[in-house]
Design a binder for this molecule. Structure first.
Ligand code: SF4
Length: 141
């Protein structure tokens, strides 16, 4: 896991926030899954559900918390259906690691804190070094 200079990290955060917030309503969760949710940010869900709707959405597809709004997962489903990508919704999205909330997912990807699927690697065990095997000298007959 690499570290970026603080000012570089702050600059990347600034860029990501100012680009993604107005376009996608990004909440800077630090573990972006936009590319897996048809570019509809699941963090716009008031419950922050990243892996599908809760049981409270109405039969008309409205949010339980804000009944005047469509459920985010209904929007994701509709877009996936339009694009013929419903299969893509069947894969599990990585759970949110709250230690990364409020950070830049671009910086986290660069430093290896998350993988390309948005999965936190903070607790990933360091890979053991593999030493090249030395051949033993064979005993002479
Ligand atoms: S998934 Fe996270 S990083 Fe991606 S747009 Fe939504 S809040 Fe922002």
């Amino acid at each position: 896991m690499k570290e970026l200079p603080r000012f570089v990290e702050k600059f990347i955060y600034f860029l990501e926030c100012h680009i993604k917030s107005p376009i996608f309503g990004c909440k800077m969760c630090g573990q972006c899954v936009l590319h897996q949710t048809m570019f509809v940010c699941p963090m716009r869900c008031p419950k922050g559900l990243r892996d599908g709707p809760c049981g409270g959405a109405s039969a008309q597809g409205k949010c339980e918390r804000y009944p005047d709004r469509d459920c985010i997962w209904v929007l994701i489903y509709r877009r996936a259906k339009r694009q013929g990508k419903l299969e893509q919704l069947k894969s599990f999205k990585p759970v949110l690691d709250h230690r990364l909330v409020g950070t830049s997912s671009w910086a986290n990807l660069l430093t290896g804190k998350i993988d390309v699927h948005g999965k936190s690697l903070l607790d990933a065990a360091p890979q053991p070094k593999v030493e090249p095997t030395k051949s033993k000298p064979q005993p002479q007959p």
